[in-house]
Design a protein. Sequence first.
Length: 342
Amino acid sequence: MKEKAVTLNDIATRLNLSTVTVSKALRNHPDISPKTTKLIKTIADEMGYTPNIMARNLSARRSNTIGLVVPKIAHHFFGAIIESIYDIAFEHNYEMILTVSQENSERERKHLQTLLAMKVDGIIISITQETNDYSIFEMIERRGVPIVFIDRIPELNIDYNSVVVDDRGGAFKAIEHAIKLGYKNIGHFGGSSKINIGRERLLGFYDAMKKYNLEVNKSWVLEGGFSENHGYNSFMKLYNEKNLPDMIFAVTYPVALGVYMAASEVGLRIPEDIDIICFGNAKVQKFLSPPLSCIDQPTELISKNAMEMIFQNIEHKEDYVCRRTVIDTEMLLRGTCIKCNR
């Protein structure tokens, strides 16, 4: 026989209190003394009480949930973002509903439709590298559901919230550092220029080369994706053509990891035979051999800004003004790109 769910009335009856008192105590209302609140919570736990969130949300006309859509979950950057956002949401008594698009724009659209159907209070999203139909975002805006774009952002004709890092400036920083070390033959294993991070990091590469009057060898600029396969395949293509540069700037850490794999496979040493620096930091990078230097994206700061935006937008829908935040990057030097090997 199934056990009946414990109600507020059951707890109130046991303690000889009103259901209003019990309800307030479970919500940490200041009307109830800390001693009574502690007692009520202890008895509620003992009796196996779980709150009826759906009923509470209906009465409050708010779900206290935020939808999160990311392109990948097995990725250092998005993994760190997810953890930070979950921590902040927990502190503010919000639940997160995580969905993963797997770099598929149709899956992304379906996730967004599902989150809207679930009546989330707001949405945080980093779009896929193939997203080019923005109508779903315009529909979300018309419905008045707050949305914040992080890292990867669309080109919309409406005002929207976004939190990004200075991709162009960070890429410039990496290339300028390599040039000042003495490198001239520098290649770029880029992502997709269809998405802002791919375009901006490529522009930063060109900016630095132009500033120091260095010619760009177009055969060393290979556009593709943001994964290990792109780094591996790009390296092997140039290696087989006997056309490797002295230094590679990788658009992401996974791309750099693909370079490490390919270099090891053909017996080339990093950084002695070919050097590398990447955009994006992961805790495991310091354990690579050699440890990988990079441009760091402060994930905690990105998450903090995104959550502040979504909370403010939820609380002040009528007079909220959308804004764009650009966060600076930092160069972390480890075992690569610390001296010129040519």
